[in-house]
Design a binder for this molecule. Structure first.
Ligand SMILES: [Zn+2]
Length: 180
């Protein structure tokens, strides 16, 4: 099947989870290869393909709704995301989860299984990520999506007209400090 035309349908979710879940398990780590495939080897938050973050080993399973606040969702497939370690480390801080009031106001983390990336973000010429929604601004702030490494990488991608959510061609070396 052809790839869906994302530009023609901005409401299409960026990632699609396998549904129903591939198998039932109480050990969420067993879903690793499936979650990785569903997220097309990209971080659910900074949107980097593994090739641009170093390798698969720097990626982890993230619990979209954090384990300490939602223990009943620890092994629920639909709650699992593929995330680089740097984003996961920031997002998993329990005080980073939005309050009830923030959720009511439409804030909270962007869920790219529900929304398309372009609904929420725009890359500025200087490499900074601009939030177009409350959720985007919340996500940028909490996960620090404008950290130096990512800004530098976005500038690199603009200069060479390459997409960070795609595999990296062997001819493009990794810029320094990508692993943060
Ligand atoms: Zn990331």
């Amino acid at each position: 099947m052809d790839e869906p035309d994302r530009k023609g349908n901005p409401l299409l979710a960026r990632f699609t989870r396998t549904s129903p879940a591939p198998f039932l398990t109480k050990t969420y780590s067993k879903y690793r290869s499936h979650v990785r495939a569903d997220f097309e080897q990209c971080c659910a938050y900074c949107h980097r393909h593994e090739d641009w973050a170093g390798e698969e080993e720097v990626f982890e399973i993230d619990h979209f709704r954090p384990q300490d606040k939602f223990p009943h969702l620890i092994s629920i497939y639909e709650n699992l995301c593929w995330s680089c370690r740097a984003c996961n480390g920031r997002k998993s801080k329990s005080h980073h989860w939005p309050t009830y009031g923030q959720l009511v106001e439409g804030s909270g983390f962007v869920d790219l299984c529900a929304d398309d990336w372009e609904q929420h973000y725009e890359i500025l010429p200087n490499g900074n990520l601009k939030g177009l929604t409350k959720q985007a601004n919340y996500t940028i702030k909490m996960i620090r999506l404008n950290r130096e490494t990512l800004v530098r990488l976005r500038r690199f991608s603009l200069a060479y007209n390459v997409s960070l959510d795609q595999e990296r061609e062997i001819s493009f070396p990794l810029p320094p400090l990508v692993n943060t």
